[in-house]
Design a protein around this ligand. Structure first.
Ligand code: FPP
Length: 247
């Protein structure tokens, strides 16, 4: 029986989020520059998208560039930006064929003009696809997302467009970058680090966490299948007792 055959098709998560970590260490261990780790990592993104298509996962969010990543060497930042543009050029036809809709979350305004333009082009070209939504977090951090939502709401209250008593979870969530997207049920992080690192802080409240030592460029479909199986074996209680869930 293959790993994939062990997956319960009736318990597939709707939304999986991934912290793609370990590109630099992969490059170092292969005697290559950091950028080649990111290039190899882009191939793993493709594998992850294919698994989502195979299993019927509706949303995949990847952490491609954090707010903190702006502190990296300039050459690495520009290499990553160029990689985004070239990945879109190379893969957009295939993305459309697989009926994938692209969405970006993060401070898009901070990205270089050519990258913004290319991303907007890809968003426009894929906007009618509905099999899978691929959410790329770019210049994103969970704290930025929450702070941004708070500022938008505070402004509305200040302008007398709403009352403090109107602010409930639903409204707050509608002001986050992920508005309209269900919370991830599963977070995968590669490379052996076991942290959330300012990713979807609000949205991951009840996510199951799966950590693997595999470096992101070595990520395989089998690792993804194993994460799904692990997720399926967890008991998701949302604060209730085990008995309440079973009954
Ligand atoms: C973390 O590894 C990875 C990143 C900061 C970049 C991830 C980007 C890609 C995989 C590029 C392709 C993305 C798309 C959406 C096409 P690290 O550099 O922090 O690794 P290290 O911790 O080993 O140094």
């Amino acid at each position: 029986m293959s790993v994939k055959d062990k997956i319960d098709k009736l318990k597939i998560p709707q939304h999986v989020a991934i912290i793609m970590d370990g590109n630099g260490r992969w490059a170092k261990s292969h005697g290559k520059i950091r950028l080649s780790g990111h290039q190899e990592g882009a191939k793993s993104v493709k594998k992850a998208l294919e698994v989502c298509g195979e299993l019927g996962i509706k949303y995949l969010t990847v952490y491609a560039f954090s707010t903190e990543n702006w502190n990296r060497p300039k050459t690495e930042i520009s290499g990553l930006m160029n990689l985004l543009v070239s990945s879109i050029d190379k893969e957009l036809d295939e993305i459309n064929k697989l009926e994938i809709k692209i969405k970006i979350i993060g401070e898009i305004d901070k990205l270089p003009g050519n990258v913004r333009k290319k991303l907007q082009f890809a968003i426009e070209k894929t906007k009618n696809n509905s099999k899978l939504t691929f959410i790329v977090a770019l210049s994103y951090s969970g704290r930025w997302d929450i702070l941004n939502a708070v500022k938008k709401i505070a402004q509305k209250v200040k302008d007398n467009k709403m009352n403090v008593s109107d602010i409930d979870y639903n409204y707050f969530e509608s002001q986050l970058a992920t508005t309209g997207i269900p919370d991830p049920e599963l977070l995968i992080r590669t490379s052996g680090e076991e942290r959330i690192s300012n990713f979807l802080l609000y949205q991951l409240a009840y996510a199951e966490l799966f950590f693997t030592d595999v470096l992101w460029p070595d990520f395989s479909k089998e690792v993804f299948y194993q994460a799904i199986i692990d997720y399926q074996n967890r008991e998701r209680r949302f604060g209730k007792t085990s008995e309440q869930i079973t009954n």
